[in-house]
Design a protein around this ligand. Sequence first.
Ligand SMILES: [Zn+2]
Length: 407
Amino acid sequence: MGVTVLRNASVLDPDRAELAEGQSVVVEDGRIADVGPGLSGPDDAVVIDIAGKTLMPGLIDAHTHPMSVSMDFASSEWSPTYVAARAARALEGMLARGFTTIRDAGGGEHGLAQAVEEGYFTGPRIFYGGKQLSQTGGAGDYRAPSRRVYEDNYYANTIGVICDGVPEVRRAVREEVRRGAHHIKVYLSGAVDAPSDRVDSTQFSLEELNAIVEEATAANIYVAGHAYTSRAINRGLQCGVRSIEHGNLMDESSIPLFLQYGAFYVPTIVTYHTLAQKSRDGLLDSDIDDKLHTVIGGAIGALEMAHKAGIPIVYGTDLFADMHGQQLQEFIIRSEVQPPADLIRSATSTAARLLCREGELGVVAPGALADLLAIDGNPLDDIRVLTTPERTLKLIMKQGLICKNEL
Ligand SMILES: [Zn+2]
């Protein structure tokens, strides 16, 4: 791969929330080699003039499910080939929206990440955790009450793995570590979409949670926890869970714990709004509908509380099945609470810190991976310019490769 120089760029620095005008960005071997005014690169460099555009780091969505292809979670009857085809289409859409990195929050696995890395699928790079750990009857247990057998084939289209007791949770973590997991996802509470559990429950014993965190830490990875109420969130944080997903029903008691443990908050509000629309269209079961209405009201309040307290907030969407097209709407929903600079950081530099890739992702700086977007407009002034990629996203580069160029 040769050298590419992006000239006349207004480079957006998420942490300082400012643009540096007239910059050249030199890209070599998939990474940013240099940033500064008047840089040129070798004679045979490909030069792209991006005068008048904002150059910013590629976006990161830290809560996605490209392999969840159906609203019907109880069914694991999908062929892996079919799932891969659907996931490929979902990933393509994500990249076209400017997401150059995603974190799979459950169900996605090593094969999908490998297919993207080797260029067989077009999409964002994937940080994956494999199956989400669930206790029996927990949020990852989709069996109907009358069903005894859980489909435990790893390549069945189930989002979770059921494990009970310290030896089983240790084995479940080690299985994911063996498959290259970048993090471990655990259900700390019930979920909206599983048939028999309750959103206000806590799940796993403290003994089990401590064992899960111990195993993940041993492999130098971290634990992400699904939770709605502070009762569930606080148990997770006290056991060393690094990120809390959803958190809609959080109260003030969680704030000091987030700060004490340096944990991250990943709200996923757009998925509830999209599901609510499906509910209005009569497409949801009534028990799921009831649970949806329990959590949807708290979402903005929880975001507001976390924002005011200065907790690191990360962009996440939690969309699945046919809902991926709403991925950028989370920016619009959160803009009710957060100013543009905070929204941008949530999907770039703060997300990179959560992924333990600070300086490598989410910044335009020497040494970082060359994940770059050229935007018509300045998202620091108006976040909506990020939400109309078909009109305003002019160039997408992922790890030095140009995926879109309409300049
Ligand atoms: Zn999720």
